[in-house]
Design a binder for this molecule. Structure first.
Ligand code: KG4
Ligand code: ZN
Length: 371
């Protein structure tokens, strides 16, 4: 393993334009992330067309910034890597083609990276807080929880994956985002729900989809349960209003039925929002932690690795640490959400195993972890 190998990595699979320089798979030389969140907030979610165009506008500045700390500039780069899936096709294309063009013109090896695998590899990166941390020990059980994916995997070595389970409907982050919208909280929903739930009273318990005898997950029923709680609350409130019978009847009878994700619910009192946010978060965290702990026991994991945007969730971290039978590793928040440093880490171990890709590598929007 050549610890001096320095990789320029690019990530454009969703709404972050990111570039990083990583040495030896673990040392961050630079890590630049330009988030488009403000562009998308006004739409209440990510608009693929907007994302693709923003990547084109931003990638040049992000790359220059990422290369700045290198004394030899381009000459210090030994290989170029980029995410080729899963993600938004148009968004992926920018990063992938820029990376290939750079590699071609500089006659450098090119490595395509799986975005989900890269989230797991964020746990290999060294941070200022723990500059000497040993690398994770195999076998590991990894829980990847992001806006687009929720899965449990067993890693027996670099590149040796076994998918244990995944979500059958919404990803955990997607559920956070949809429920935040139902509660009239902002986008992205994860941090908004976490904030709203802080210090909220208990008392409301929402269902958990255990899907027994499986490591799969399901979060769409939970989202519907939140919607029912909101409707029940509104019905109770309406019944207390003077002349309630008429207006309540009119509302429930006349409104067309809308899918939960299309229904924003402003004007809920903050205490109701806080209680539901807490109950929702507790339900998601309970299922994620219980299944991860069961998998770690069943497969004799030496460590548990948490990864993806939802790994930023403080209750998830706290509860997993409390219940895990083995050490839990979680990247710092900035390395949980989309970034290119994790792409560089994953690329290093692939490159080290002799893997490189040709100029014909296409984007794969639905790429699986073991694909
Ligand atoms: O990994 P990521 O940055 O992008 C994808 O690859 O999807 O994950 C973004 C997701 C969003 O759904 C966001 O709401 C969620 O991560 N998220 C959180 C928190 N911070 C971000 N979910 C729960 N609690 C948080 N603190
Ligand atoms: Zn991601």
């Amino acid at each position: 393993m050549n610890r001096q190998v320095t990789i320029l990595a690019i990530e454009t699979s969703c709404d972050e334009t990111a570039a990083a320089v990583i040495r030896g798979g673990r040392t961050i030389i630079s890590n630049v992330v330009a988030s488009q969140i403000d562009e998308h907030r006004r739409y209440g979610g990510i608009v693929p067309e907007v994302a693709s165009r923003q990547h084109i506008l931003t990638i040049d500045a992000v790359l220059r910034e990422a290369l700045r700390p290198l004394p030899g500039g381009w000459n210090d780069i030994h290989a170029v890597a980029a995410t080729y899936g899963p993600g938004l096709a148009g968004a992926l294309m920018t990063g992938l083609n820029v990376a290939k063009a750079i590699a071609w013109i500089r006659e450098l090896p090119f490595v395509g990276v799986n975005h989900i695998e890269a989230h797991i590899y964020a746990n290999w990166l060294l941070t200022d807080a723990q500059p000497e941390a040993p690398a994770p020990q195999f076998p590991v059980v990894a829980l990847v929880v992001s806006g687009g994916h929720t899965l449990l995997a067993l890693l027996e070595g670099h590149g040796r994956y076994r998918l244990l389970g995944q979500t059958r409907d919404d990803a955990a982050g997607e559920a956070f985002d949809k429920v935040a919208r139902l509660l009239g909280l902002g986008f992205p929903g994860g941090p908004a729900i976490q904030r709203a739930a802080e210090g909220a009273p208990g008392g409301v318990v929402l269902p958990r989809a255990w899907l027994r005898d499986s490591y799969d997950f399901s979060f769409s029923g939970l989202k519907t349960a939140v919607l029912h709680q909101i409707r029940d609350y509104q019905a109770r409130e309406a019944a207390l209003q003077p002349g309630a019978g008429k207006s309540a009847g009119k509302r429930s009878g006349g409104a067309p039925s809308t899918p939960p994700e299309a229904t924003a619910t402003p004007h809920l009192p903050p205490t109701v929002v806080a209680r539901l946010a807490r109950a929702f978060q507790e339900s998601v965290v309970d299922v994620l932690v219980t299944k991860t702990v069961e998998a770690a026991r069943a497969f004799g994991a030496a460590e548990i690795l948490l990864a993806g945007g939802v790994a930023a969730n403080l209750r998830l971290r706290e509860e997993l640490n409390r219940r895990a039978p083995v050490p839990v590793r979680v990247p710092p928040v900035a390395l949980c959400t989309d970034n290119a440093a994790m792409i560089g880490a994953a690329a290093f171990y692939r490159f080290d195993a002799g893997i490189q890709h040709g100029w014909d590598l296409d984007v794969q929007p639905n790429l699986a972890l073991d694909g």
